[in-house]
Structure formats: C-alpha cells, structure tokens
Design a protein around this ligand. Structure first.
Ligand code: UDP
Length: 369
C-alpha cells in the first residue's frame, strides 16, 4: 500500500510551505489536504492555491475567528472525525499556528504519528501564541523535519532527537531537510525581481522604498505597541509599501490610526497581495520592515536587509549573518539599521531549495509500507 498522508493547513504561510511538498507527496503516494479555515478570505487563502499550484483541499472545515483557545478547540473537534475516518499513515503539519497544534494533537489522541515541518524553531518567548504551538507540536511529533542546524540543536536541548529519545514513546526521529519556503522563494524570486511594473503600480520606484508587513498579536493587539508601530512607519523617512493584514487593519481602524497612516503620502497602504506580487515588492525593496517569520527568511534569500519589528526571532541565523536586525518598534534603532551596509556574503542558511523532496523522502522512509 502506498504512503497515505493527511496534511493539515490553515493559513497563508502554510499554503506557501505546502506548495513545496503536496504535489511531490501525491506523486509518491496519496495526500488528503485538510484546510481548517483559519484564513478564509480570498486574499489570504484562495490566491495562494491558484498561484502556487497547490491542489484544492479535499476537506474544508471552516473554523476561524475567536480566541486562540476557542479556535484551537473548535479545530480539534472538527479534525477528530476527519482524521479518524481517513486513518492515514501519518498526519503532516507545518509551522506554528493553531492549525498546526490542532492537527498534531488530534492525530496523537487517535494514536496516529505526526510529522512536523519547520520543527525546532524557537523564539524562546512564551508570550507568543506561535511559540506555544511550536513547542507542543514538536513534543507530539514522531518525525521532526528541521529547516536548519539551529532547529536540530534546539530539539536536542529539549531532549528530542538522537541525543535524547523520549522514554515510553515510539522512536522520535529528527531530520534536517532544509526549509520548504526556500524551495518556493528560490523559484519565484528571479521571475518576480523582473516585475518592476508590479512595484511602480504602487507609486514607488525600485530600490527606493521599504516593504512592511505586521500582524503579530504582540504588535497589533496592544494599543501602545500599535501606536508605536504607526509612528515608526510614519517616521522612517523612506516611502513604505504596506500590504495590510486584515487583523492589523481592524486594530488600526479601532484605534483611529488607519486614516492617519493611509493619508500620509509616504505610507502606501494596500490590500494583502499574492505571492508573486509580494515577492516582486520584496526583491525590489531597499529594505524590509516586518514581524513575519517567513518574510525574514525570504528577505535574506533576496539579499534585502530586514528590520524585524520584534525583540526576538526564531530565525536567528539571519541575525547572526548580519542581514536581519531586531529593531522591535524603536524608530531610532530602525533608522540606524537602515543606514548600515549589509555584509558581502550570504551563506546558504536554510538549505539548497530541495527541502520538499527531502520531506517526502523522509515521510516515505518512515511511514511508507
Ligand atoms: N505574503 C504574501 N502576501 C502578503 C504578505 C505576505 O504573499 O501580502 C507571504 C510572504 O511572502 C511569506 C508569507 O506570506 O511567504 C508570510 O506569511 P505571514 O507573515 O502571514 O506569516 P508568518 O511567516 O509570520 O508565519
């Protein structure tokens, strides 16, 4: 019998990650793609399926909104019968969202093994809901697929991996596969870089603007930090293109800051964009301002300096390499970082663009019959 995997995805970065794996998985065996519904709007969901050639989900659960706890609970209830019915060889989850945790926990409660892509990344900041999701998903997983050596080392420090198998459980396996987002970005960036038309359409010139994205709870749910974010964007002194996440838009609107930001000539507030357009905006930017995890890696790959709007990051390699600076919401720190000259080299931190193949090989070796 061929390998049968049930994959749980639910939001934007997971659609991008799954694009590097799903079609290969279907060539090697079979996949049932379950979309929890965490991101449901066309601009955060449908556009990625269409653009990245991701197969349409076989099952849509339509679970969204509410607190993290309530959303995760509803996902667990919705996933349990689906996973029980499918009886896959394993359940595959990506990253650090509520969909990741719900998929991993529902599978474990059904005594089915879990494979986690992007295992071992840590910000060591337990106030971030994503950190809780990552740690728990890793500790539930049988196959931990890491993006970098740092991920492998973080797992070893928690007693997961060759150095410390967990007693009483089935063997836990850690495999360094590289980062699946790198596969997708490597393919898209050369093409996107040429698309200066997509940049000029937003009223800015290549090399003369910053690409900004922000939606982490720690930045947009706290009114003081939200105000600091707006001040930073308004004060940075370079035009900013800001594809605005719906959560950020709602918070800025409620705080009376949306109008101020949108009416400032220097900040171009736009709707979230598809992957090609985002990549065109990234590759032609002078720098990136972001609290996104994925964008920190993509900026590194594109050779665009990144200013991370957080006090910490799980993508520490980009900071050590000198291409990413943790400026949090400090305008002066952001100005200083922007003025710095980036290093000459960019070592291959997250693999060679073939992580998707290695994910499928590891799944087949471990769970194929
Ligand atoms: N992205 C996109 N359009 C946008 C903003 C982001 O395609 O308007 C992509 C971006 O290139 C990256 C991913 O979405 O691949 C990051 O997603 P997000 O910031 O939502 O999540 P995180 O990476 O922080 O988990």
């Amino acid at each position: 019998m061929a390998l049968k995997v049930l994959t749980v995805v639910g939001n934007r970065p997971q659609f991008i990650k799954a694009a590097a794996v799903s079609s290969r998985l279907r060539a090697a065996g079979s996949e049932l793609l379950v979309h929890t519904g965490q991101h449901f709007d066309d601009e955060l969901s449908a556009v990625f399926f269409a653009e990245l050639g991701l197969p349409a989900p076989e099952i849509q659960l339509a679970v969204s909104g509410g607190s993290n706890t309530s959303q995760t609970a509803r996902m667990l209830s919705a996933l349990e019968p689906v996973i029980a019915d499918a009886r896959p060889d394993c359940v595959l989850v990506y990253g650090d969202t509520n969909s990741t945790l719900a998929g991993a926990l529902a599978a474990t409660q059904l005594n089915l093994p879990v494979a986690h892509v992007e295992a071992g990344m840590r910000s060591f900041d337990r106030t971030m809901p994503e950190e809780t999701n990552r740690v728990l998903a890793d500790h539930l997983s049988a196959l931990l697929l890491c993006s970098s050596e740092v991920g492998v080392a973080n797992l070893a420090a928690e007693g997961i991996g060759a150095a410390g198998q967990r007693a009483g459980s089935s063997v836990t396996e850690v495999v360094l596969v590289g980062d699946v987002m790198v596969d997708v970005a490597r393919e898209a960036q050369p093409r996107a870089r040429e698309r200066v038309d997509l940049v000029r359409a937003h009223g800015v010139e290549p090399g003369d603007y910053l690409l900004a994205t922000a939606h982490r709870a720690g930045n947009v749910d706290d009114p003081q930090r939200l105000a600091a974010l707006a001040e930073l964007l308004l004060g940075i002194g370079v035009p900013v293109v800001l594809p605005m996440h719906p959560r950020t838009r709602a918070r800025l609107k409620a705080a009376g800051l949306l109008e101020r930001l949108s009416s400032a000539g220097q900040v171009h507030v736009i709707q979230p964009v598809g992957y090609l357009e985002l990549t065109a905006l990234l590759c032609n930017a002078r720098g990136v301002l972001t609290d996104s995890g994925g964008l920190q890696k993509e900026a590194y790959l594109a050779g665009v300096p990144c200013l991370t709007l957080r006090p910490n990051t799980e993508w520490v390699e980009t900071v050590a390499a000198g291409w990413n600076t943790l400026v949090d919401l400090d305008l002066e720190a952001a100005r200083t970082a922007l003025a710095a000259v980036p290093p000459a080299g960019r070592p291959e931190l997250y693999g060679d663009g073939h992580a998707g193949e290695r994910v499928v090989a590891a799944l087949s070796a471990r769970f194929g019959n």
